[in-house]
Design a protein around this ligand. Structure first.
Ligand code: 3PG
Ligand code: MG
Length: 417
């Protein structure tokens, strides 16, 4: 059911509560938290600019990280307020709370076109608990509710779901922002009836993370290209040896079922025929998180479906790269989710980089390319190609759940057209 959007509303002079997903990667540098990637902030600018044009008084709310109901100074949204001010060329007010008298007073004092960013909603445990009283306190800040936080729309939390119900119940409107509209269009409508051939590229570590997406896409795609560590669970399903590769032995059945479904539906379902492998060696050291540091020695091409006992699969191999590079340009629609290998490590980045380049090249020749969230976006940025694809989702978990065909609670709560 299509939802109302900010374009449908007259918000002049109204206080508008906008849930955004400013859960951005941050890092401490010289005692200060700095933002490593501002994409999620940038992507909300069209919504904010439209609301400013319409004379709304804007109150922004977001989570950052997982503070679990505690005030965690390193997870304050204050640096994000500064970042937004710079991007939007306007002052952005900040209050160090998301509910209560101070937040209410500041919201009340906003003039049309003013922007206020509230402190991290997850400093309250009631946020993730979707506590109704807490949602009510958020709702007191505004007359209208806008959800532009696609990345958090798979969460039924107070600021993504509960508050919308409170606002709707008192007769207020709950609408989607323009980023939300774009996400739902590209990951939803565009893939419902894709222009063919429709080629899906799926990578990542686990079959368990992707199996529902695979299952659903087997009903839509012409070709599915597999990469990443989930390859090895499929190989196990085919009775192959996987050495020390990452596998999910308890998902072999699920992998077999997917291979079977691909056959019946006549979907071209391709697994890598060769790999880059390396020998993992425990250095005896622990990293910052207390996990053993593994060194990957002697990377080499393994041109076989079996991996020797002492080695681990790390990337797709040159033959697979060549094959995927042949297939990708045939596509009119491309969906890519999940890297082909451990791309953060140079010796194992070639498969992912080659796919990124092939997808960008196909886009230039007229294909529609849709990139689903998380690590894939990181890889695309690393390749410097993020602006050469049709659409890059700001959602990680949210884009996966949406591609699985699930209804997102943050979307369901919005008013129907
Ligand atoms: C994300 O980064 O995936 C979203 O902001 C959701 O965050 P969460 O997984 O902590 O709910
Ligand atoms: Mg997540």
């Amino acid at each position: 059911m299509p939802k109302l959007t900010i374009n449908d509303l007259d918000v002049r002079g109204k206080r508008v509560f906008v849930r955004v997903d400013y859960n951005v990667p941050m890092e401490e540098k010289n005692g200060q938290m700095v933002i490593n990637d501002v994409t999620r902030v940038k992507e909300t600018l069209p919504t904010l600019e439209r609301l400013i044009e319409k004379g709304a008084r804007i109150i922004l709310a977001s989570h950052l990280g997982r503070p679990k109901g505690r005030r965690e100074p390193s997870l304050s949204l204050r640096p994000v307020a500064a970042c937004l001010a710079e991007l939007i060329h306007r002052p952005v007010a900040f209050v160090d709370d998301c509910i209560g008298p101070k937040a209410e007073k500041t919201a009340e004092a906003l003039q049309p076109g003013d922007i206020l960013l509230l402190e991290n909603v997850r400093f309250y445990a009631e946020e993730e608990a979707n506590d109704l009283a807490f949602a009510g306190k958020l709702a007191r800040l505004a007359e209208v509710y806008v959800n532009d936080a696609f990345g958090a729309a798979h969460r039924a939390h107070a600021s993504t779901e509960g508050v919308a119900r409170v606002v709707a119940k008192r007769g207020g409107q709950c609408v989607s922002g323009l980023l939300m509209v774009r996400e739902l269009k590209f990951l939803g409508e565009e893939l419902e009836n894709p222009e063919r051939p429709f080629v899906v590229i799926l990578g990542g570590a686990k079959v368990s993370d992707k199996i529902k997406v695979i299952d659903r896409l087997l009903e839509k795609a012409d070709t599915i290209l597999i990469g990443g560590a989930m390859t090895y669970t499929f190989r196990l399903a085919l009775g192959r040896k996987v050495g020390k590769s990452l596998v999910e032995p308890d998902r072999v059945d699920v992998a077999s079922a997917a291979l079977e479904k691909a056959k019946t539906r006549r979907v071209e379902f391709l697994l890598p025929g060769d790999n880059i492998v390396a020998t993992p060696v425990d250095t005896g050291k622990l990293n910052q998180k207390g996990k053993p540091v593994i060194e990957y020695q002697n990377p080499r091409v393994n041109d076989s479906l079996d991996i020797p006992e002492t080695e681990e699969g790390m990337d797709i191999g040159p033959r697979t790269i060549a094959l995927y590079r042949d297939i990708i340009p045939r596509a009119q629609t491309i969906l890519w989710n999940g890297p082909m290998g451990v791309f953060e490590d140079k010796p194992f980045s070639q498969g992912t980089m080659a796919v990124a380049r092939a997808v960008a090249a196909a886009t230039q020749k007229g294909a529609k390319s849709i990139i689903g969230g998380g690590d894939t976006v990181k890889a695309l940025n690393l390749a410097g190609l993020a602006d050469q694809v049709t659409f890059v989702s700001t959602g990680g978990g949210a884009s996966l759940e949406f591609l699985e065909g699930k209804e997102l609670p943050g979307v369901a709560a919005l008013s129907d057209r």
